[in-house]
Design a binder for this molecule. Structure first.
Ligand code: SF4
Length: 396
């Protein structure tokens, strides 16, 4: 594997070859940090040390008639997520404000479902118009499912800068993860969004049983579509979905996947998206070396790391939030904490000292939905997959 050659190719804005992409994916664990360093050189060449912060607002959750097997929002899914129809406008505005206050420069308005009716497009267009009037500097991304050309044009006219619609997996595997629509349906919507003048945000979900070749295929297909943003999701195996048993990723593998995507898409936004916390675990900050974009806080139906912890991670790793002139967002509210001295003698974390735990129990400033009986579910690996409705597990 000639990493120097790949780096030089990518620094010219060109993609590495499929063979090289496979080599990156299949690099031994001991080579993974070298692969990250190569991808990091490219990332810093095109994006410096800036991180784009995106904030998801799930404006309609669950009850989707489609059968995407990874998705907690599909009608057949019994995952314990919140399900609701369109959120009232005030709640959407509140959620948007919370994200912006934490430093987000892109707001993603996401609705479950096959696609919006004309009336629903009008409703979302109204929200986008208001949002852009109040915050012209904010990038608005909409994600509502399949679009035809007139609907795409209406969203663009309202001010939607970007449209998200993921390819998710390789064309020759698509029929195995979904039967109610096809890969080409998805590619068509991406094309409609682009021809209407919106940037296309389209990515993948890794860890659904695909081969390395299929992973490479979808990443090259995204390049062929000319997308401006590539969210890389790692499968969140929601209990109650057909893919609940999939556990095929580990942190080093995830880093190699991200590095491969960066070397194929040297100069476009690459986002470490859903599954970042769950699969990268303690190696999360290394994703910033490769990706220039993350979601802040929660995903569509699962909790992410608390927004404050995301900001701290960005700051600690020496990065800056793109588009923020207000350095107080990164400075953190408390400065460097003092060293906590144990006062309980023996015992582990359960020794009764209180504290807020590590799973977002401290307020993170988000407009969270009401949580029914919402103790986080802890899976076999001891990692919680919470059942929020405010974030976004796997964007539609
Ligand atoms: S990914 Fe989108 S289209 Fe598929 S089931 Fe989930 S919400 Fe529906």
């Amino acid at each position: 594997m000639d990493l120097d050659l790949m780096t030089h190719t990518a620094l010219r804005g060109e993609s590495i070859t499929r063979e090289q992409a496979l080599q990156v994916l299949q690099a031994p664990d001991a080579m993974t940090l070298s692969v990250v360093a190569a991808a990091g050189t490219v990332r810093r060449h095109f994006f410096g040390n800036q991180v784009l912060v995106n904030h998801l607002v799930n404006i309609k959750s669950g009850m989707c008639p489609e059968d995407c097997s990874y998705c907690s929002q599909a009608l057949d899914s019994t995952a314990g997520i919140l399900r609701y129809s369109w959120l009232p406008r005030e709640q959407i505005e509140e959620a948007v404000r919370a994200g912006l206050a934490q430093g987000a420069s892109t707001v993603c308005l996401v609705a479950s479902g096959r696609g919006p009716s004309r009336r629903e497009v009008e409703m979302v267009a109204g929200i986008v118009e208001e949002l852009k009037a109040e915050h012209p500097e904010v990038t608005v991304c909409t994600c509502l499912g399949f679009l035809d050309e007139p609907k795409a044009e209406r969203l663009k006219q309202a001010g939607s800068d970007r449209y998200n619609h993921n390819l998710n997996t390789a064309e020759d595997r698509y029929g195995e993860i979904c039967s109610t629509h096809s890969y080409s349906d998805r590619a068509e919507t991406v094309a409609h969004a682009r021809s209407a003048g919106m940037d296309a945000c389209s990515g993948l979900i890794a860890g659904m049983g695909e081969s390395d070749e299929q992973l490479v295929d979808v990443v090259f297909s995204l390049r062929e579509l000319g997308v401006e943003s590539v969210p890389v999701n790692f499968l969140l195996p929601f209990e109650g979905t057909p893919l609940e048993a999939h556990r095929e990723l580990n942190p080093l593998r995830c880093l190699r996947i991200l590095a491969m995507v960066r070397l194929v898409h040297p100069d476009v936004e690459v986002r470490s998206a859903a599954g970042r916390e769950y699969h990268l675990r303690s190696l999360q900050p290394l994703a910033l070396e490769v990706c220039n974009s993350i979601f802040l806080g929660d995903y569509l139906t699962s909790e992410g790391q608390a927004g404050g912890a995301d900001l701290e991670m960005i700051r600690d790793a020496g990065f800056e939030i793109k588009g923020r002139v207000d350095s107080t967002v990164l400075a953190g509210p408390h400065g460097t904490p003092s060293v906590a001295v144990r006062s309980c003698g023996q015992g582990g974390a359960e020794s009764g000292c209180g504290g807020c735990g590590s799973q977002g129990g401290c307020g993170d400033g988000h407009a969270h939905q009401a949580e029914p009986d919402d103790e986080p579910r802890v899976d076999a690996a001891g990692v919680p997959i919470r059942r929020r409705g405010a974030g976004a597990a796997q964007p539609a």
